[in-house]
Design a protein around this ligand. Sequence first.
Ligand code: MG
Length: 306
Amino acid sequence: MRERAADYVIHDASFRSLILGPHVAVEQLWSEGRWVEGPVWFGDAGHLLWSDIPNNRILRWTESGGVTIFRQPSNFANGHTRDLQGRLISCEHGTRRVTRTEWDGTVTVLADRYDGKSLNSPNDVVVAQDGAVWFTDPDYGIMTDYEGYAAPREQAGCYLFRLDPESGTLRIAADDFAKPNGLAFSPDGSKLYVADTGRSHDPEGPGHIRVFDVGEGGRLSGGQVFAAPDRGLADGFRCDIHGNIWTSAGDGVHCFAPDGACLGRILVPEQVSNCCFGGARRNRLFITATTGLYAVFLNTRGAGAH
Ligand code: MG
C-alpha cells in the first residue's frame, strides 16, 4: 500500500471541522483498474465493492485481505448501492439493466426496458427511504465497446427513472437531462441531487449537479442547478450527515454545503469518478479514481445506511 501526503484545499473555514488535518493521508489502496466506479460499502461484511468497468469485473477490498475479484464477468457493471434490506443493487451497461443480488447469490432483474424498448445503459443508482429505486440512464455504456457493447439508443433521451417499490412500475422521473449521472438523497430524503455530465461529449453541454424537491410518491419539483465543480465533472457523489455533498471532480473530491458553497476539496492524483462513505464508523471516504482506489478518514460520517 502506498501513501501520499494528504492534500486539502480549504475554501471556507468550516471545512477544517470536516477533515482531520494534513497529517491524515489520502491512502492509495489499489491501482490496477482501467476505469473504476461505483463504490459501495458493506459494513456487515467489512468490505467495499466497486466496478472496474472496461475490465468487466466487480472488485472487493477488505482491510485485512486486500483486493479480490467479487464478480467477473460483471456485465460491465457501473454504479451500485444497497436496498433497505441491504441487498446489492447494480447498474449494468452490458445487459442494459438494473439488478438486485439476492442473499443466495442469484440475480434478479429489476428493470431492463421502458415503454417496450431497451434502456440505454444504467449508470448510477440510489434507494429512497420508501424503498423506491432511482437510477440514471445515460448512453455512455452503448457509445463504444470499451465500457459495454456499442449499440443504437432505443430510448428517445437519457432519463432519470424511478422504480416504484409497491407496484414495480418504472416511470420517467425527469427527462430534461443531457446525460444524467450520479445521484444522492439529502439525509432526510427530501431532496434529490442529480448530476448532468453532458459536457463529457459536448463542450457546450451541462456539467453540474441539480437539486430536486421530492414530494408524495416520489414526484419531483424544482431541479435548479445546485453546484458545479470548477474542474472536471460531478460523475458521482454522496451526502454526509450534515447534508454536505462530497462529489467527484477533475482534481479530486469537492465538498459543497447544502447552500451550494464549495467548502473545500481533497486533491487526488487521478481523475475521480465516485466516492462513498464506509468503515465501521462511516467516517472513511472511499474514492474511485481512474485506475485507483483511494481512501481518507474524515471528521464527518456518511448519511443514511449506505
Ligand atoms: Mg457515473
